[in-house]
Write a protein that binds this ligand. Structure first.
Ligand code: INI
Length: 157
């Protein structure tokens, strides 16, 4: 019989860092609200959550890495919005954010979650920041809790 590693979606005792981009703040503030509500609902205490604002999504990986390297967090959640209609360097900003955030997790061993919206236009971003299609920030928070718990469970099994 294979051994399954399953975890509860329980945030009690977890320490979380959130890095959020100020660019397109109208959207990213909604992502942050969704993430914080979800963390709180799952039992993460206010005093165990740190929020760092960065200028844009391009800066997310560096600040996420700095937070991860402190050893003070069980996961780092990165939130941003890169909207194609508004920028000619969409691909560079989105590509750097996604590969950089992925690298932070692999290099530090701290779950580092990609909660960056990459959309064609503002409408799609609104729909994914608490609109018709849900809230990417909330989804990122759930992912952070599950991945942090999985890493803990594997290390202690
Ligand atoms: N940053 C974003 O988070 N989203 C964008 O859509 C965006 N656009 O359109 O350019 C953006 N640019 C800023 C970038 O992230 C950096 O802050 C800037 O290039 C300085 O390094």
């Amino acid at each position: 019989m294979p051994k399954e590693i399953r975890v509860e979606m329980d945030g009690q005792g977890l320490r979380m860092a959130v890095v959020v981009a100020r660019f397109n703040e109208f959207i990213t503030r909604q992502l942050l609200t969704g993430a914080l509500e979800t963390l709180t609902r799952a039992g993460v205490r206010d005093q165990d959550i740190s929020v760092a604002w960065v200028p844009g999504s391009f800066e997310l990986p560096l600040v996420a890495k700095t937070l991860a390297q402190t050893g003070q967090y069980d996961a780092v959640i990165c939130l941003g919005a890169v909207i194609r209609g508004e920028t000619s360097h969409y691909d560079m900003v989105a590509g750097h954010a996604s590969s950089g955030i992925g690298a932070v997790g692999l290099e530090t061993g701290v779950p580092t979650i990609f909660g960056v919206l990459t959309t064609e236009n503002m409408d799609q971003a609104i729909n994914r920041a608490g609109g018709k299609v849900g809230n990417m920030g909330s989804h990122a928070a759930m992912t952070a809790i599950e991945t942090a718990r999985l890493v803990q469970a594997i290390k202690t099994s």
